[in-house]
Ligand binder design. Structure first.
Ligand code: HAM
Length: 430
């Protein structure tokens, strides 16, 4: 029977693995540059870790089942609840602010489309134990620097930022009642994907009158700090309400990242636990789901672990990013072999084994054929492996303790003594 990977799951052949590793290496390098430390947790968690706080959407996408001990468990669909659980368990002994990152593989039963699968790797960068807007700006800066480090230009992406407290204040002022906020948030979240008529209908069904519903859609379309500040003032709200968002954007300008940031009230985020600044990064064409999303969650550790610690962070997936890098021709070059070693006759084999292992000990990437073959066939394999240099030994070379070094790119050849095969020799040759 012919088997395939399940729908929404990926086989990583070497080129796909190389791209994934390139993305993950960049995540680790940039997060490390900001002083974040790596952690990890289990891929399988207790089901109620997600049903309590993550919100309806993600709960519907859970891979959940009963284990053989009768426990209700789920494959992790996101990392934030695990992080909250882990930090809460050691809250007292950990030095605040906690700056941690992780690269978990996550699982969500979603409808498969470009940029959206049923498993993905997701960088999580979080600061826990700090309420200052500088923590918000810090995590956003990590995300921007990663995209730059991957070779994307500032014009390739856009950080859209908002604040749930600001939107909440504007919605309440517009006449939305506490109990209707969730529905109004859902309408704000869908403003760019759904027709206004459908969103109004959805709100009216939840008891929001038509005039207020129209106002909700108007608020969702507010863009730019100045317009949002004006709306806050017109709503008779204290300018304090917008203080955090304002200061965060200012800090990003000071970091040289102001040009990629847009204040956009349609950003509210689907997860239920966000409490303040929220943000998403999209590719400029908006061709796929967000590259990255996150925000402030000041009540999550309290509700999952009983400790009052604020948090802010984001998740950045590898799927959208891979597509984007491929679209922009920013994929990784294949790392070929440094040296392919070739024995001309079976009697030269032992010499080739000895030389190959000496070169490997020097840190070079070396391969030889695993059975005796004609020279032409061996050279074709060397070429297929992307080798730079062939080291060839025949009876003549062996009798003189020499080897023939062939540069496979330029075709030049030289006979050298074995003792000349140093790292420096291979660094210069080719
Ligand atoms: P999220 O918005 O659900 O946030 O996911 C973050 C990112 O993960 C998305 O922007 C997207 O790039 C990627 N992603 C999510 N689901 C999929 C999927 N099915 N296929 C491909 N990529 C996907 C969270 O998960 C929050 N826990 C992030 C966070 C960390 N907030 C604070 N700290």
């Amino acid at each position: 029977m012919y088997h395939r990977a399940l729908s929404g799951f990926r086989d990583f052949y070497p080129p796909e693995t190389a791209l994934r590793n390139h993305i993950i290496d960049t995540w680790r390098t940039v997060a490390g540059r900001y002083g974040f430390e790596e952690y990890d947790g289990p891929p399988l968690e207790s089901l109620d870790l997600y049903t309590e706080k993550s919100g309806q959407e993600i709960v519907e996408q859970l891979y959940a089942f009963e284990d053989k001990g009768g426990r209700a468990v789920a494959l992790r669909p996101e990392m934030t609840p695990t992080l909250a659980r882990m930090v809460a368990a050691r809250a007292e002994s950990l030095k605040k602010p906690i700056r941690w990152f992780s690269v978990p593989q996550l699982f969500r039963y979603e409808r498969k489309q470009r940029g959206r699968l049923r498993e993905h790797y997701q960088l999580n960068v979080d600061v826990i134990g700090e309420r200052s807007y500088l923590a918000d700006a810090e995590v956003i800066a990590v995300a921007v620097d990663i995209l730059r480090a991957l070779g994307l230009a500032d014009s390739d992406f856009c950080v859209r930022i908002s604040d749930r407290n600001v939107i909440r204040a504007l919605l309440i002022n517009a006449g939305v009642e506490e109990g209707q906020l969730e529905c109004a948030y859902a309408a704000v979240d869908k403003i760019e994907r759904e027709k206004a008529k459908n969103l109004t209908e959805m709100m009216v069904k939840a008891g929001i009158d038509e005039r207020t519903a129209t106002e909700v859609l108007r608020i969702a379309q507010l863009k730019g700090l100045a317009d949002v500040a004006e709306a806050v003032e017109k709503a008779g709200q204290d300018s304090e309400v917008i203080g955090e968002l304002d200061s965060c954007v200012d800090a990003l300008f000071s970091m040289g990242m102001g040009g990629v940031v847009t204040v956009d009230c349609s950003v509210i985020r689907g997860l239920a636990y966000y409490t303040g600044v929220v943000f998403e990064i999209f590719d400029s064409q908006r061709s796929m789901r967000a590259i990255c999303g996150g925000g402030r969650y000041d009540g999550l550790l309290e509700s999952l672990g009983g400790v009052d610690l604020p948090g802010v962070g984001f998740g950045m997936g590898d799927v959208v990013l891979s597509e984007l890098l491929k679209d922009r021709g920013l994929e990784v070059e294949r790392v070929g072999l440094d040296v392919f070693t070739i024995a001309i006759t079976p009697d030269d084999q032992a010499e080739i084994l000895s030389i190959s292992h000496t070169l490997r000990d020097l840190g070079l990437r070396v391969e030889y054929p695993l059975k005796q073959q004609a020279l032409g066939k061996q050279l074709r394999l060397a070429d297929a492996r992307g080798a730079r240099i062939a080291v060839i030994v025949g009876p003549d070379e062996r009798s003189e303790n020499k080897v023939l070094v062939k540069n496979l790119k330029s075709g030049s050849e030289q006979r050298v003594h074995k003792s000349q095969l140093t790292r420096e020799f291979f660094a210069h040759d080719g």
